[in-house]
Design a binder for this molecule. Sequence first.
Ligand code: GLY
Length: 441
Amino acid sequence: MKILVVGSGGREHTLTWKLSQSPLVEKIYCAPGNGGTAKIAENLHISVDDIEALADFAEGESIGLTVVGPEAPLVAGIVDLFEKRRLRIFGPRGKAAQMEGSKSFAKNIMQKYGIPTGYAEIFTDFKEAVNYVNNHEVPLVVKADGLAAGKGVIIAENREEAKEALEDCFVSKRFRSAGKKVIIEEYLEGEEVSLLAFTDGETVLPMVPAQDYKRIYDGDLGPNTGGMGSYSPVPVVTKDIYDMIVNEVLKPVIKGLANEGIEYRGVLYGGIILTKDGLKVLEFNCRFGDPETQAILPRLESDLAEIMLAVADGCLGQHEGLKWSPKSCVAVVLASDGYPGKYEKGFEIKGTEDVGLSEDIVVFHAGTVLDGKKIATAGGRVLSVSALGNDFKDARERAYEAIRKISFEGMYYRKDIALRAVKSQSGVGSGELGVSSLGSF
Ligand code: GLY
């Protein structure tokens, strides 16, 4: 079978890498792909937003399954279009993708179906929103309703910051139509966990949990990024907490959506925070996480293509279930100097071939391009190095050792990825929930 993977980041390279291991897969195309996918698939000059061109390609090449990485084409209705043209595709339809595409939609679903989440109110009027801010305690979280390329969530430490965020949405229209509606939410504190699940709208198969690092600097300092690293499993997620997330969040959401006449097929990503008052949902995404995917899929022992076909065909209930390696996985992102602000591109990347030779270590490309025989930087997040180990200490050592073989001008990475997992695993600093048992999650 031929597969088309839509997207160009580290997540898409990881999906392509995992799919390429399936005996069901004979060839993979990536649109547009990156320097890493170019080596295991054929990259296409089609943008992720050009959903008509993607459908034309899938039809013309008799693609057996299209896998969509990023949220924008899902929210724009790529799945609806493919289905109309009788093309098999993995991902939720536009209406279901509103779980990420509209924060007010997701919040209303959560409120209606009793999914634990932070208290929030929804506003379409600037003055009413300002009035709310004036009458509530800070910090508050101001969220633009629609997709805002990861920049639409502002944690306001004081009322001035909250009002500035509201001005950005309603007055200067920084987020265009995505900021026409705004959610103001209570600020929640705790450890964050990402739990993703495959679902065909009826059966829910949860993956292993992961945790990502959003800030640019060690110690969780500095501005937010797309993610600077991740690890799986998450020591704080015990079997009880895992079951709670599955049974009180993921399954009821899928059921609630079905009750609304919305069948959710694809991956549902639950962004969960473990507060002292219990777990709460911070957000849902309608796709795999990046860089969580780079720490989750190396642990997947089942055939990803088989699972995705079962999801797309609505027969996940007949699947035997997911098999996972009990090993720990650590993924460290290598970024361009200056990211998430301005950075330069076009620097040659050296050493990735040497790393690829070690067992249990994979270099996933994100912002890279194949330039003749050389690989060059082409984005803010450039690579991620994923390493499996018998425990987090082992996985971390392998990841950082591999990184020492890689170089490009201005290469920057965090040095503390999964350090807290090492501490939890050795029983130190396991946090308020005080758990260090890992099981096979
Ligand atoms: N790592 C967060 C996300 O993929 O949205």
